[in-house]
Design a protein around this ligand. Sequence first.
Ligand SMILES: NC(=O)c1ccc[n+]([C@@H]2O[C@H](COP(=O)([O-])OP(=O)(O)OC[C@H]3O[C@@H](n4cnc5c(N)ncnc54)[C@H](OP(=O)(O)O)[C@@H]3O)[C@@H](O)[C@H]2O)c1
Length: 314
Amino acid sequence: MKVFVAGATGALGRPLIAELVERGHEVTGMTRTAAKQDLLRKLGAGPVVADALDPGAVMRAVSDAEPDVIVHELTAIGAFNPRRMESGFALTNRLRTEGTDHLLAAGREVGVKRFVAQSFAPLAYLRTGGMIKTEDDPLDSAPPATIRTSNAAIRHLEAVVAGADWTEGITLRYGGFYGPGTSMGLDPLGDMAEAIRKRRMPLAGKGTGVWSFVHVVDAASATAEAIEQGSRGAYNVVDDEPAPVSEWLPFLANALGAKPPLHVPLWLARIAGGEAAAVMMSELRGSSNAKAKRELGWQLRYPSWREGFVHGLR
Ligand SMILES: NC(=O)c1ccc[n+]([C@@H]2O[C@H](COP(=O)([O-])OP(=O)(O)OC[C@H]3O[C@@H](n4cnc5c(N)ncnc54)[C@H](OP(=O)(O)O)[C@@H]3O)[C@@H](O)[C@H]2O)c1
């Protein structure tokens, strides 16, 4: 198939292109940065330079490529800072709202048969009830103030993709990425790994918030399966083992060769890191990957972060 990947140079975009090329697809990779075209060529994709927030440029790029499938992996998160959630996610929010709208408009024009877009499981689901969420569970409509705009952007993306009745509109609710090129990798981009190594990410309260992770190579293979055979709707793309912060954070610190994380009371985390940090430590819900495995036949290289944190960070 001809696959158009927006966000092709990103933490997920790079392993995704490798996976798609390996499977024999013809890939066009979009970047807003002319200097990154060579990287895309090396990965095996045909590069196209366009700003995702410029509807005319997106329309031209997609029309020229005439893809069967569009994949939206655009984000602009940068270094993670829970105290600056609103400003830190402002551009990502625009990519999830305006960026999605522009790609959908272009996809409709050329008649793509699938439109696959990046969503985020930890921010998607309601933080009450069961600790492990399936795709049928309700989405969070009352998030804390500091992540309200991010949550609204994700809800916009989910709604317009699901509402695109002229194509198979698919949202992939990824877990927290880890691996090379991510903030949880052992390369210069790994700022969260670095914070854990320096004991700057303490375990707050009882650490009861449940996180779902996914290694970027597994996120890439799930995305390739969705591109090839996904049906309209959402899929959680997470590993087999959602786990509370109290389990995975000390494990990851140990895997990174760091001392165990410091313990602080939740109220202190709320003051120091803001409401978003407190929520992540105490209220977050994990997700189930049963649907993606059942319907897409997805097989993971790292079914658990327990193996991935030890062998998959570089
Ligand atoms: N599920 C998750 O846990 C999750 C999800 C997303 C990100 N993250 C993490 O967040 C960290 C940083 O991510 P990131 O979002 O900064 O970057 P990233 O993952 O490296 O990718 C961002 C991609 O979006 C593209 N992009 C951004 N704005 C664009 C625009 N206006 N027009 C066209 N393309 C545009 C970039 O293109 P060019 O740079 O080529 O122009 C790049 O290909 C990584 O550690 C990543 O793992 C985690």
